[in-house]
Design a protein around this ligand. Structure first.
Ligand code: IPE
Length: 257
């Protein structure tokens, strides 16, 4: 096995986003099956969806410690909910016969954003990490998005072949909000100079929605790694994307090349 692919399982893909802590087992198993058919090392970074955003929003965890508000319960609950989602993901991969190790970020990472601190853990086989509530030296705690983990894994591990963001409900970055989009509204090649009406469900989403994926994708592309955003509900697309074959979706370029 030579080379590693970094693959995000978006939270909106693997959970039902508006129902608290409801995993989408069908999608998770179909993604595990795709990983079984892949012959390189994989780092899987999963998002939170309804296991993270709803309570993180309620307790205002992305803002860090706010004097006078009891957020400790929120920190504990979201960490536990994320451990539960993580164990659903890991069990599914293991049920497909894969060698998996998972490393909860609140145990090894501190700080938020792309410059968080901590040595990236890696397992020979499948490494699983996820967006989490981490400690922060200034704010007390904060939300480390899986998209920031994507950036660091894709740019710091040796021999990374590509980075793929598998998301739910859309085929890639769209020019207009999904409910108004026609097939020709899929942006096939996106660079940071291009505008799009990025849907960011700020009523539920405490990180950055598709806009953060696009921004981190461009930072990864700038380092010379291929980046794709694809619809993870169509398993064959995920397999083609991680294998580097042409696939429907959005290729992200840095704009400097
Ligand atoms: C968010 O992680 C983590 C929490 C809210 C605890 P992500 O930013 O990677 O999650 P998704 O993919 O948007 O759900």
């Amino acid at each position: 096995m030579s080379g590693t692919v970094i693959l995000k399982w978006g939270g909106g893909l693997i959970t039902r986003k508006s129902n608290l802590c409801e995993a989408n087992y069908g999608v998770i198993d179909s993604l595990s099956e795709i990983c079984r058919r892949f012959d390189k090392n994989l780092v899987i970074i999963h998002g939170a969806g309804s296991f993270g955003h709803l309570k993180a929003k309620k307790y205002r965890l992305a803002e860090g410690n706010i004097p006078g508000i009891d957020q400790n319960t929120g920190v504990k609950e979201v960490r536990n909910d994320m451990l539960e989602l993580n164990s659903i993901v890991v069990k599914s991969l293991q049920n497909h016969g894969l060698s998996v190790m998972t490393y909860p970020p609140h145990k090894w990472a501190t700080g938020t954003g792309p410059n968080f601190s901590g040595e990236l853990p890696v397992h020979e086989g499948i490494t699983v990490v996820y967006g989490d509530v981490v400690d922060d030296s200034e704010k007390g705690f904060g939300i480390l998005s899986g998209d920031d983990l994507m950036f660091r894994y894709a740019t710091e591990l040796p021999n990374v072949k590509r980075a793929v963001f598998a998301i739910g409900g859309v085929d890639g970055i769209l020019r207009v909000p999904p409910e108004h989009a026609k097939p020709e509204d899929l942006i096939e090649v996106w660079s940071p100079q291009m505008e799009f009406e990025g849907e960011h469900a700020s009523d539920i989403d405490v990180t950055g929605g598709i806009g953060l994926k696009a921004a981190r994708g461009a930072m990864i592309a700038e380092k010379g790694v291929d980046v794709l955003i694809i619809n993870g509900e169509i398993p064959e697309r995920v397999l083609s994307a991680i294998n580097g074959q042409s696939v429907k979706g959005t290729r992200i370029v840095s704009g400097n090349s």
